[in-house]
Design a protein around this ligand. Sequence first.
Ligand SMILES: Cc1cc2nc3c(=O)[nH]c(=O)nc-3n(C[C@H](O)[C@H](O)[C@H](O)COP(=O)(O)OP(=O)(O)OC[C@H]3O[C@@H](n4cnc5c(N)ncnc54)[C@H](O)[C@@H]3O)c2cc1C
Length: 471
Amino acid sequence: MVVTTGIVWFRQDLRLSDNAALLHACNECNVVIPLFIDDPMDQSISSIGGASRVWLHRSLESLSADLVAKKSKLIFREGNPLEVLNELISETGATNLYWNRCYEPKVIKRDEEIKSTLSQQLAIKSFTGNLLLEPWEVLKQDDTPYRVFTPYWKALVQKLVLTAPYETPTDFKPLAKWPNSLELSQLNLLPQQPIPRWDEAMMAHWKVGEDAAHDVLHEFLEDGVQNYKERRDFPAIGGTSLLSPHLHFGEISPLQVFHYSNMHKAQNPHHDHGVGHILRQVVWREFAYALLYHFPQTVTDPLFEKYKGFEWRNNDDELKRWQQGNTGFPIIDAGMRELWQTGYMHNRVRMIVASFLTKNLLIHWHKGEEWFRDTLVDADIANNTMGWQWVAGSGADAAPYYRIFNPVLQSNKFDGKGEYIRRWVPELSKLDNKSIHQPTAEQAKECNYPEAMVDLKATRERALDRYSQIK
Ligand SMILES: Cc1cc2nc3c(=O)[nH]c(=O)nc-3n(C[C@H](O)[C@H](O)[C@H](O)COP(=O)(O)OP(=O)(O)OC[C@H]3O[C@@H](n4cnc5c(N)ncnc54)[C@H](O)[C@@H]3O)c2cc1C
């Protein structure tokens, strides 16, 4: 009998269920080798920031344990994937290679090269794994990509035929003798600092891995989805799903989110409204990936050409005050400190802090994107790029240039009682519910809190003036 040996290359799909590449390998091959490569070129792996590397370590640890429980094993290698794959193929005589697609520009290029080089030696199959539909499947009538969300969403919903997610394989087709593997710790994803390491406090806020991702979804469906739309903008409440890092690393797929949410809706018809809203947000993620695929230049350049000449004013001291949560604007400082301590920031606050950086301070959105990339556990090249370009006004469906969030008004509206501020900026906790949004210089001094670093009105006018030059 000819033995077929399949390699399953795990990337942004760190799960066993609804994993098309894994299931096809297990169905088609006699033996299956699960593989993870730490690739310095991969934007989604090696150039990710410190917080995401910690999450990745934990997620790989969990995937590895799940595979061991199925009598399989995750092989860890590092280096240029083409070389790593070539070595593994010659060591094991592999006949088939499987992966689920990724969409970062450099990764697409790398995967194409691997496909064209290795397809002479073995059969290669790639699958949709991290999106509901491929970016090239949702296009306008004239076959050009969408730049506005609502028509994109309508087109996607029309096109989407929801199938049940793939089952977890029943037989993982283990090898009698496994090829060599590095230890996970040798990938050096964790910070190399003395104990106590910063990541331990951050990760106390999270559970990582496929089972955790499903628990998060099911808890949200039980307790949060019903009032999602009404609660999702209030950062003190925690009214959102917190699925973003799990979706980013593929511990759960968007199809699974759709599938289980729709099942939940069928059993709880009164949750229809909330389910509709959360699924729409998940499609924002699809939209971000479609933009990244069709307009890969937007990782660095504005989607709309006219913004290319925009004159940013960089200022390292101001950037540092923003990063450290010492701007003197409580809602901004609360958000930046939440980010530093937990690796996460609420969406409403992401918009407020990003608007302050790009509009009141006129600091390039690249600086904000870089900081988020380093500190978010859900840092995602597609969502982060779209989010920053949206706020800066230069991206798809962007906030108009004259939309400048006033952090004090936003704070009053979305954190009326100052609960979120008190949680992350405890030195202000004694202030009353009115003053806490904008302490006077005297109050700030008493609380040992910085004075507001800029005048909101003057910086707003400066931004409007700067933006009006290119509108
Ligand atoms: C400046 C800026 C930067 C951002 N950077 C990132 C990032 O690096 N990674 C990231 O995942 N999200 C990013 N977002 C989008 C959004 O803030 C997060 O997805 C959301 O806060 C995650 O929390 P949640 O899972 O509880 O969201 P929920 O409200 O529960 O939404 C469910 C899921 O839908 C998707 N989603 C929700 N809102 C958006 C959105 N506006 N754009 C794209 N997808 C969305 C996410 O996958 C999310 O997990 C950014 C937004 C802004 C304004």
